[in-house]
Design a protein around this ligand. Structure first.
Ligand SMILES: NC(=O)c1ccc[n+]([C@@H]2O[C@H](COP(=O)([O-])OP(=O)(O)OC[C@H]3O[C@@H](n4cnc5c(N)ncnc54)[C@H](O)[C@@H]3O)[C@@H](O)[C@H]2O)c1
Length: 445
């Protein structure tokens, strides 16, 4: 756990580290994209062992391996200057943790389109570097984005990210494990990954002078509060799983940080997402869960492409419009734009009031409208043009009948509201899933 006090910055020692500049291939022109892959010696040892046994390193491709060999020959220390040789300009530099994941990758697209420069830090525990290659191909802004493979729970690795990647104007913190069922089975894993990763991030930000933070929270913190949820609704009561409690605890930690002498100068936005679905309109980016999807929409999408036989709808006797559970679905691109709006909010509010220099605000990011499971299934049938096999099952323990957001605060203070409909969410999900039936692992034609 991160307990080290602030310490002065020191020269980066690469003795126990390997920096690989891996050049993206495939649809991205050679030389356009630069990735940094930062690995600890223990990881390298494991990979070397795996290679001996016939395995391959997780990220580096043929060109990356060649670059790595060159780097190693040069003592591995020649890589920092390669990082940002183009496209720097006056762009603000944003650290995006977990940026290779579903919401993160869509947000990186919106950040690049809005003129920000981005460094993604992701352990790739639930993502693929392919998502960032596709972000680069879509935006054609290779010089403006880097991916560093590192785990936030590795305090030293994170420190080196801050030392090597340059000053960050703000951080958007997506990195975390998010599977509700897995969190019930492995609570310590979830508390460790989500909480320790966040503590390390806060410490590193403080040490390296980055004081604007946007945090991915969830509507799950509202537990059994009354609907619609407003930002002032009670939180933390009736949260039924460790995943949800990690979000609640981190929110509390951030509120405590904002009450400290140093933290009171920080800009913090806590964003409570409702139910993010959909995909980039290009069909090149989307949700790519490991194993059996936990969430409804990716499950439906996999039924549509024949990866799953049928959908089970849990509960048809709720007190809702058609008896099935109702949720507040939000298109991931609208959600991504909510992050850009939050950064803009911090840029224009932090430091403007001498008596209250910092900002710590909570925002609901949802559509404000409930949609039932059956309504979503029917909209998806329209999008994919075929019936979706389904059956009804019993209610699941812990599932609420209905919840949705009051979105007034985000509209008023961020000037943000959703623009895309449930039909858009389904059309874009179908485009992504039909073009990529196996997600990012789908072989290229
Ligand atoms: N998708 C949803 O339904 C939803 C709803 C509410 C909140 N959220 C939150 O939003 C965030 C992003 O969600 P997502 O759907 O994009 O999930 P995701 O799993 O696709 O993305 C999370 C990313 O974080 C990375 N990661 C996890 N632990 C890490 C660590 N210790 N160090 C570095 N990287 C790490 C993963 O590899 C992954 O790329 C998460 O914090 C999630 O809890 C998601």
């Amino acid at each position: 756990m991160a307990t080290a006090p602030p310490r002065p910055s020191e020269a980066v020692s690469l003795s126990a580290w390997q920096l690989i500049a891996a050049t993206a291939v495939g649809s991205v022109a050679a030389g356009m994209a630069t990735y940094f892959v930062l690995k600890h010696e223990s990881t390298r040892r494991k990979e070397r062992q795996e290679r001996k046994e016939g395995g391959s390193p997780p990220v580096a491709n043929a060109k990356g391996a060649a670059a790595a060999a060159t780097g190693a020959a040069a003592g591995g220390s020649s890589l920092a200057p390669i990082a940002y040789t183009e496209g720097l300009g006056p762009a603000k530099h944003i650290l995006v943790t977990g940026g290779a994941g579903f919401i993160g990758s869509h947000t990186v697209v919106e950040l690049l389109e809005a003129g920000y420069r981005v460094t993604v830090v992701d352990s790739l525990v639930n993502a693929s570097a392919e998502s960032i290659k596709r972000v680069i191909a879509l935006t054609k802004k290779a010089g403006m984005v880097s991916l560093i493979v590192a785990d936030l729970c590795d305090e030293d690795a994170l420190d080196r990210v801050f030392k090597t990647a340059g000053h960050f104007d703000a951080c958007i913190h997506f990195a975390g494990l998010k599977a509700v069922g897995e969190s019930v089975a492995k609570p310590v894993l979830y508390y460790n990954n989500n909480l320790v990763g966040t503590f390390n991030l806060i410490d590193a930000m403080r040490r390296h002078g980055c004081s604007n933070l946007v945090f991915s929270s969830s509507a799950t913190v509202y537990g059994n509060a009354e609907i619609p949820y407003t930002e002032g609704s009670k939180t933390g009561s009736g949260v039924t799983n460790p995943y949800g409690r990690t979000k609640y605890f981190i929110e509390e930690v951030l509120q405590d940080v904002a009450r400290t002498e140093w933290g009171s100068k920080w800009g913090i936005c806590i964003l409570r997402y409702f139910n993010p679905v959909g995909a980039h309109a290009s069909g090149q980016l989307g949700e790519d869960p490991n194993g059996i999807p936990n969430n409804l929409m990716p499950y439906i999408a996999q039924v549509c492409v024949g990866r799953r036989e049928k959908l089970t709808v849990f509960g048809d006797d709720y007190d809702t419009a058609d008896g099935t559970g109702e949720r507040d679905y939000i298109h991931v691109v609208d959600l991504a734009k909510g992050h850009v709006a939050s950064l803009r909010y911090l840029e224009s509010h932090v430091g403007t009031d001498a008596k209250a220099p910092g900002v710590c605000e909570v925002f609901n990011l949802g559509s404000g409208k409930p949609t039932s499971v059956l309504q979503l299934v029917k909209a998806m049938e329209v999008a994919c043009g075929k019936p979706i096999p389904r059956e009804f099952g019993a209610r699941r323990a812990g599932d609420l009948p209905c919840f949705y957001a009051d979105t007034g605060k985000a509209a008023e203070l961020l000037g943000w509201r959703t623009e895309l409909s449930v039909a858009d969410m389904c059309a874009d999900t179908w485009r992504w899933q039909s073009k990529n039936p196996q997600g990012f692992a789908t072989p290229k034609e």
